[in-house]
Design a protein around this ligand. Structure first.
Ligand code: AMP
Ligand code: MG
Length: 472
């Protein structure tokens, strides 16, 4: 096991050293064996009790130096100079023997830290199960994301609107450095710390920038590209992050913080699920714009140490083109078009308009459309369908190639809100069977799972989830 603590070796004001405390009766609900193997954590063994103890914070991870990271953030547009890990504990970093990369191992919901403010540092089990299912599903859907290593029930009730069982999630990330980490030091006018952070971030995430003359600007450009790609993925898969505050915007370009996020069922560009997003700031169709807004906040920080405003503006404006290139490539594949041209962009728009007008299920409609490639009778998609088939027939490989592309790009299974909630409710009654089934289909979301087809079904009218909550 190759553990290290490079972030904990940065200057003292980057974090707070903390200790986590034993919970009454830790119970391992989920263990991600393949991720553990990827990280080279087999040494920890298969003893569930020991794993539950370590990944609830009851016992230390041998070789780790536990810290809570400092960061600031713009929350719904308002700057908060000091947020930090209020309910998270970074246990250690590990170098994967498989890919040689460095990963953070972090507990979420493990108790008070100096950054807890008015919170209790804990998490109910619901959000733990939710993040476990959603982050692993995102990974299998090919979207850059933090991962989940373990979910543990603590045996300790947590008080929210009522008493709920407590839980701890173990999150694995390329790092937990966010736009808000830069804002923390920038707002304190601490140029030295900013420089240290930039150097660290470059070395850890974008080492190719290090040799560049304007390496801070190049670093910024790399983050812009990573975010643009990320949001393109979200949009293509029908994902709404829900709380794109700068403290939830990872500079690695991974999806970070599964709070009130949700997958679209019926398509609507203005869809909002989050119960706290009253203005629709982070609505489905605003996500690219909001990512760019967050990146502008990062640029303001970086300007303090190198370069002119104009240099950053140029880089920031690259966002749109990168986003569109990725988005239309992904959407093209979803429509079976391998070489998207400008006309295909119009087709994508027409398709989405059709889904929206007819209130159709986003994920399922792509699979239904693919059926048309084999059947001769027209489906429901009339005018669009004719144009679309013309485009397909013009491509090399024709309908057969298109069918292959569509099967590989359009999942049968996504973590549908109503299914996730059902799995959580059952888990609260000590029944993990729904969690296991859902996890099983989401682990191979493009494959058929005989007997579990119901997980591909959109919600019936009375099953629709209209709002999601942070639940923290
Ligand atoms: P989030 O909405 O999850 O991005 O969290 C925003 C901020 O609130 C972060 O600084 C969290 O650490 C903090 N926070 C959220 N829930 C809690 C909690 N239960 N106890 C302490 N801090 C929390
Ligand atoms: Mg957060």
């Amino acid at each position: 096991m190759k553990l290290s603590n490079s972030y904990a070796e940065l200057p003292e004001h980057f974090y707070a050293r903390i200790r986590t405390h034993p919970v009454p009766s830790p119970r391992l609900l989920a263990w991600n064996g393949s991720l553990a193997a990827h990280l080279g954590l087999e040494e920890l063994g298969g003893d569930k009790e020991r794993l539950a103890a370590i990944f609830s914070g009851s016992e230390p991870l041998p070789g780790g130096r536990t810290i809570a990271m400092a960061y600031a953030g713009h929350q719904f547009g308002n700057f908060v100079p000091r947020l930090g890990d209020g309910r998270a504990a970074l246990l250690a970093e590990v170098i994967s023997p498989r890919d040689g990369r460095r990963y953070d191992i972090q507990l979420k919901g493990s108790g008070l830290t100096p950054f807890s403010r008015n919170g209790d540092g804990k998490s109910p089990l619901g959000p733990v199960i939710r993040e476990y299912l959603l982050s692993e599903a995102m990974h299998r859907l090919g979207v850059p994301t933090t991962r989940s290593l373990a979910a543990v029930a603590t045996g300790e009730p947590v008080f929210r609107d009522w008493l709920e069982p407590g839980g701890v999630l173990t999150r694995v990330a390329s790092s937990h450095i966010r736009v808000g980490t830069f804002e923390y030091f920038a707002s304190r006018r601490d140029g030295e710390a900013l420089q240290t952070l930039v150097d660290y971030a470059i070395q850890r995430h974008y080492p190719d920038c290090a040799t560049d003359e304007n390496h801070v600007n190049t670093f910024f450009s790399a983050v812009v590209a990573a975010q643009a790609r990320l949001v393109a993925h979200w949009m293509a898969i029908g994902f709404i992050h829900g709380v794109m505050n700068t403290d939830n915007c990872a500079i690695s370009g991974e999806t970070l913080d599964y709070g009130p996020c949700a997958f679209l069922d019926t398509f609507h560009i203005d869809k909002v699920f989050s119960s706290i997003d009253h203005q629709g700031r982070y609505a489905y169709g605003r996500q690219a714009h909001m990512a760019q807004w967050n990146l502008a906040r990062l640029a303001e920080c970086l300007m303090m140490i190198e370069g002119e405003r104009e240099d950053y503006e140029v880089r920031l404006n690259e966002f749109q083109a990168t986003f569109e290139a990725h988005y239309f490539a992904l959407m093209g594949r979803k429509l079976g078009l391998s070489q998207p041209d400008p006309e295909d962009r119009e087709l994508v728009t027409a398709w989405l308009q059709l889904l929206q007008d007819r209130r159709l299920d986003y994920t399922r409609s792509f699979r239904q459309l693919a059926v048309r490639l084999e059947a001769d009778d027209a489906l429901l998609f009339d005018d669009f369908e004719t144009r679309w088939l013309q485009q397909i027939d013009r491509q090399p490989g024709g309908r057969e190639t298109a069918a292959g592309l569509m099967a590989a790009a359009n999942p049968l299974f996504i973590p549908r809100n109503h299914q996730v909630e059902r799995a959580i409710h059952a888990a609260y009654e000590d029944d993990l069977s729904l969690f296991d089934e859902l996890h099983q289909v989401l682990s191979a979301p493009f494959d058929a799972h005989p007997g579990l087809e119901n997980y591909a079904e959109p919600p019936a009218e009375n099953e629709q989830v209209l709002a999601t909550f942070c639940g923290t």
